[in-house]
Design a protein around this ligand. Structure first.
Ligand SMILES: Nc1nc2c(ncn2[C@@H]2O[C@H](COP(=O)(O)OP(=O)(O)OP(=O)(O)O)[C@@H](O)[C@H]2O)c(=O)[nH]1
Length: 273
């Protein structure tokens, strides 16, 4: 079996930074973690990729091509389709090493995860190449600190979970950037508690009419009653937190069962944070 995290999330949510941090964590703990860059528009990252999709196709190619003349967004979607159609290239680049552990650093266009089929096709290919996959969805915590934004972020995570149908972990990134009081407020949402969300929305959004208030309440209840969407805080400055998050994902991937790696379960890490 091979193991991989699909690192997804909106533009700027911290995907490449997370990948670099995990590679460094791997070096510190004498564990090999490789990264594959799947973003054909990537300009800069701080890791040495095992495979780089830009060697197959670059978004610039699609924008400069006389026939295609795409804009940046359409070009990126075209590149991802091109990758799926030329999957032999990716398969060859990935090799076939047993027990390898790969982070796929994906583009920031969330339509790829929320409703287009390209990623589902890519997932099916990776699975057919013996990869056990976990989708890791990153959201910048700064966009989750008031009730209305938290509901919106929760819905985007839910769309990805429903569309990709993979074992899934949501991470709140850039935890080092929020104050203690904001963290306290966030903790009330993470519970999750629909009434905390609702009272925050009523307090901060006087324009919220009855209909929206009821809708928010119902969504909050739904998420709470079915434990649908959970978020783990990720602070890259805290090595113990990084280690716990990685172990949680390892557990979901069932990585470690044959490799003698200690794993923690989701609830354990959630409580510790
Ligand atoms: N303070 C802080 N900044 C972070 C953290 N993670 C990412 N950043 C910053 O956020 C910005 C975006 O991070 P990236 O890792 O490039 O985000 P991305 O999701 O890969 O972005 P796209 O490739 O555009 O989709 C960069 O300036 C990072 O330095 C974090 O944990 N803490």
């Amino acid at each position: 079996m091979r193991y991989a995290q699909l690192i997804t999330g909106p533009a700027g949510s911290g995907k490449s930074t997370y990948c670099s941090a995990l590679v460094q964590h791997g070096i510190n703990t004498k564990r090999e973690i490789n990264v594959v860059n799947l973003d054909p528009a990537a300009e800069h990252f701080n890791y040495e990729p095992l495979v780089d999709v830009r060697n197959l196709i670059h978004v610039q190619d699609t924008m400069e091509d006389e026939d295609l003349q795409f804009g940046p967004n359409g070009g990126l979607l075209f590149c991802m389709d091109y990758l799926v159609k030329n999957s032999d290239w990716l398969q060859e680049q990935l090799g076939s090493q047993e027990d390898d552990y790969i982070l796929f650093d994906c583009p920031g266009q969330i339509e790829l995860y929320t409703h287009l089929t390209t990623f589902r096709k890519l997932i099916a290919l990776l699975q057919s190449w013996n990869f056990n996959l976990c989708c890791v969805y990153l959201l910048d915590v700064q966009f989750m600190t008031d009730g209305a934004k938290f509901v919106s972020g929760t819905m985007s995570a839910l769309s990805v979970m429903v569309n990709l149908e993979l074992p899934h972990v949501n991470l709140l990134t850039k935890m080092d950037l929020i104050s203690k009081s904001t963290r306290k407020q966030l903790d009330r949402f993470l519970e999750p508690d629909s009434h905390a969300l609702l009272s925050d929305i009523e307090l901060n959004h006087s324009w919220f009419n009855d209909k929206y208030r009821r809708l928010t309440d119902v969504i909050g209840q739904l998420v709470e009653d079915h434990s649908l969407v959970r978020f783990l805080p990720l602070n890259l400055n805290d090595e113990e937190n990084v280690s716990d998050v990685l172990l949680t994902i390892d557990n979901i991937l069932q990585f470690g069962e044959d490799q003698d790696v200690k794993v923690k379960d989701y609830d354990e890490v959630d409580e510790e944070n």
